[in-house]
Design a protein around this ligand. Structure first.
Ligand code: GLU
Length: 476
């Protein structure tokens, strides 16, 4: 069987966003599931909006997500170049081939003329389409226009095109009636190819077997299949993946706080959690668990399980998925990645081993490492502040805190059993139990009314800090 070859073809006009990353991921998973190749092609023909910096950041984000490409920028390959601006001669050659075969023609209409005609058609209630003005010009008429210095683009001719049905691996057959598109530009007057022409040609020349991209490209696919046929090139198979919507069911955008992948990276979400979350935007597993590693996803990914209805971007679900990864991986897996997110004061105060213990205490519910900053106050030697519940819990507890401080001072060694015993004994001595015993201790030592396992916190803070905190709270 032919080896699968798929591509992700970003335009470097912005940072990698959730939608682009999901498309890249589906392509990558499909390639790896089928033992094929994943190719990156940079579609940088929008010269004004494309920048080298965006390209660099896109590639950096793809690498961070773990989507390693087999061919593409920085990697090379036999069917390059992989940047469209380096393929200009190829586009020109094939555009002229289409002109020679009468499937395309030079067009000399100016933008002003085209705008005016579009307006007229709109006013007449007709879909604005090219009206064929330059389709059948004679050679003499063409030369005459060239002599006048008119801009010359090349348009694909849709003459003779009938109804089309595109077989889509994710959504079944999609049909388009004849006449949906007019003659469309394939090479602009400035020599740059349009997206549809460059993409179709490159997909063919790069021997792409499957084109997997967002459903918003369906109308483009119609144009692209016309181009394949006109060039006598074989079509790839198509899979259009569902749109991603915000919670208000409109197309996901910045307005929804839909961040770029880089934002997640900066916030300290583990890459595998982001990948896991993205995989479920329009795809589902056969199994029960929704917490899957990259290898699991590769093993399970099938285009047939891609949904044909839009998926909703849900940050709460991302947090749930991410927290599950962090909890399962703990400090062993994540401490290195998370260390830069600890406040300097905590990093200075504790060694790597204790930082790992703190991480494990927090990892019970830690969707992103940036949350560490707010969760480490309880580990400062003496709480920097007290929340309302802690303040309330400390009311009238001076005697109890003194008993705690005295008993902890005698504890040797400082271990879980000993700590638990001291708490029990102190309670007996002060005549309190349950909440009345634990809440003041937690409040004094952490400054908070609620939080992770108290014994674990006491253990990692150490005897001296616990006593200082108890004394400070007792005096206050
Ligand atoms: N450059 C196009 C985009 O970013 C690629 C679409 C495609 O995959 O063909 O939308």
């Amino acid at each position: 069987m032919k080896k699968t070859r798929v591509r992700f073809a970003p335009s470097p006009t912005g940072y990698l966003h959730v939608g682009g990353a999901r498309t890249a991921l589906f392509n990558f998973l499909f390639a790896k599931h089928t033992g094929g190749e994943f190719i990156i092609r940079i579609e940088d023909t929008d010269r004004e909006r494309s920048t080298g910096e965006f390209e660099e950041k896109l590639l950096e984000d793809l690498s961070w997500l773990g989507l390693k490409w087999d061919e593409g920028p920085g990697k090379g390959g036999d069917l390059g170049p992989y940047r469209q601006t380096e393929r200009m001669d190829i586009y020109k050659e094939h555009a002229l081939r289409l002109v020679a075969g009468k499937r395309a023609f030079p067009c000399f209409c100016t933008n002003e003329e085209l705008d005016a005609k579009r307006e007229e058609m709109k006013n007449a209630g007709a879909p604005p389409q090219y009206d064929g003005t330059c389709r059948h010009l004679t050679d003499v008429e063409r030369e005459e226009r060239r002599d006048r210095g008119l801009p010359e683009s090349i348009r694909f001719s849709v003459e003779g095109e009938g109804d089309r049905t595109i077989a889509d691996m994710a959504r079944g057959d999609v049909s388009f009636p004849a006449g949906m598109v007019g003659d469309f530009v394939i090479l602009r007057s400035n020599g740059l190819p349009t997206y549809n022409f460059a993409a179709a040609l490159d997909d063919s020349l790069m021997k792409i077997t499957h084109v997997i991209r967002g459903a918003e490209h369906l109308a483009n696919t119609l144009r692209q299949v016309m181009i394949y046929d006109a060039l006598g090139m074989q079509q790839p198979q198509f899979a259009h993946i569902p749109l991603i919507l915000g919670e208000d069911r409109t197309k996901l955008s910045k307005r929804h706080g839909a961040p770029n992948i880089m934002d997640y990276r900066k916030k300290g979400y583990p890459a595998e959690a982001v990948v896991n979350y993205l995989a479920f935007l329009g795809w589902s597993t056969k199994g029960d668990s929704e917490i899957l590693s990259m290898d699991d996803l590769i093993g399970e990914f099938e285009l047939e399980r891609v949904s044909d209805s839009p998926s909703i971007f849900d940050e709460a679900k991302l947090n749930w998925v991410s927290a599950s990864h962090v909890r399962a991986g703990g400090s062993e897996r994540y401490l290195d990645e998370a260390t830069p997110f600890f406040p300097g004061a905590i990093r200075e105060r504790y060694g790597a081993e204790s930082l790992g213990k703190i991480f494990d205490i927090l990892s019970d519910n830690l969707p992103s490492f940036s949350m560490i900053e707010h969760e480490t106050d309880p580990f400062m030697p003496v709480p920097l502040s007290f929340d309302d519940d802690a303040t309330a819990a400390l009311e009238g507890c001076g005697e109890l805190l003194k008993i705690f401080a005295r008993s902890f001072a005698q504890l040797e060694p400082w271990d879980v059993e000993g700590i638990k015993q001291v708490i029990k004994d102190s309670g007996k001595e002060a005549g309190v139990k349950g909440k009345g015993l634990y809440m003041p201790l937690r409040a004094a030592v952490t400054g908070r009314g609620h939080g992770p396992d108290l014994t674990a916190i006491l253990l990692v803070k150490g005897k001296d800090d616990v006593i200082s905190a108890l004394e400070a709270a007792g005096i206050a």
